[in-house]
Ligand binder design. Structure first.
Ligand code: IPE
Ligand code: IPE
Ligand code: MG
Length: 239
């Protein structure tokens, strides 16, 4: 095993930010930046096996992003449909298992069907586990999980006495995924914007100045490489 495989992050989560500014600096509409950003995803996914990254989770649309103009929101939804349509066969062939997290209720039916189909299509894959956060918000996820948990208590399937943090984690959208080891945000903003709040309790963070459409495979490899030098203590004292 190489060093990256033994010491590298197993799960990397990425807040793909800066598409709008990237387009604006070129005098183009924001959607132009989103299209450029979408093209970057493939390169990052494909390099994961080489870097020992088994799980990659990407933030594509937040529960707060509905506040944007109708043009941008509908353009993004169309982009997600096109992305699934265009990439499905390649993802299948590359051994990528795709999952979606976030609240599907507010998404249009056509898109939800495509998301379900892609999950099913790639469900036997195991090379890389790609999770796409779409209409995702950390607080929204915890609220939805709590609602389902409360319902199970009401139905007598669960006692309130048995509720621990592990119990709640089982109700989250990410129940089958390990917690992220490393969270990367591009575009220079040092905030998490409601991404994986629960799951990132002990994640390491990297805030990178590069705008997402300029973020390359090489830069991703550097970020992943730096992770190996970090000392994760999880509250304990190392002797
Ligand atoms: C991130 O890029 C993509 C989405 C939020 C959908 P932005 O659209 O936030 O780009 P900036 O931050 O305005 O540059
Ligand atoms: C976070 O980026 C959401 C995604 C990358 C999908 P935003 O651009 O929406 O976050 P804020 O508004 O700068 O906090
Ligand atoms: Mg942004």
């Amino acid at each position: 095993m190489s060093e990256t495989e033994t010491q590298g992050p197993r799960h990397v989560a990425v807040i793909m930010d800066g598409n709008g500014r990237w387009a604006q600096s070129r005098g183009r509409p924001r959607l132009f930046g989103h299209h450029a950003g979408a093209k970057r995803v493939r390169e990052i996914v494909n390099v994961c096996p080489k870097l020992g990254v088994k799980y990659l989770t990407i933030f594509a649309f937040s529960t707060e992003n509905w506040k944007r103009t109708q043009t941008e929101v509908s353009g993004l939804m169309k982009l997600f449909r096109r992305y699934i349509q265009r990439e499905a066969q390649d993802l299948l062939r590359e051994g990528v298992r795709v999952r979606f997290i976030g609240d599907r209720v507010r998404l249009d039916e056509r898109l939800v069907r495509m998301m379900d189909d892609l999950e099913l299509l790639t469900s036997d894959n195991d090379a890389v586990h790609l999770t796409i956060a779409l209409n995702y918000g950390g607080r929204d996820e915890v609220a939805r999980a709590t609602k389902r948990l409360a319902y199970d208590v009401e139905q007598g399937r669960l006692s309130y006495k048995d509720v621990t943090d592990e119990t709640l984690a089982k109700y989250l959208d990410t129940s089958v995924l390990p917690d992220p080891d490393l969270v990367v945000r591009t575009s220079g903003e040092a905030r998490i914007s409601n991404f994986l709040l629960w799951q990132s309790a002990y994640a390491e963070y990297e805030f990178i100045d590069t705008l997402w459409p300029d973020f390359t495979e090489a830069e991703f490899a550097q970020v992943v490489g730096r992770y190996g030098a970090r000392d994760r203590r999880f509250g304990a004292v190392k002797v």
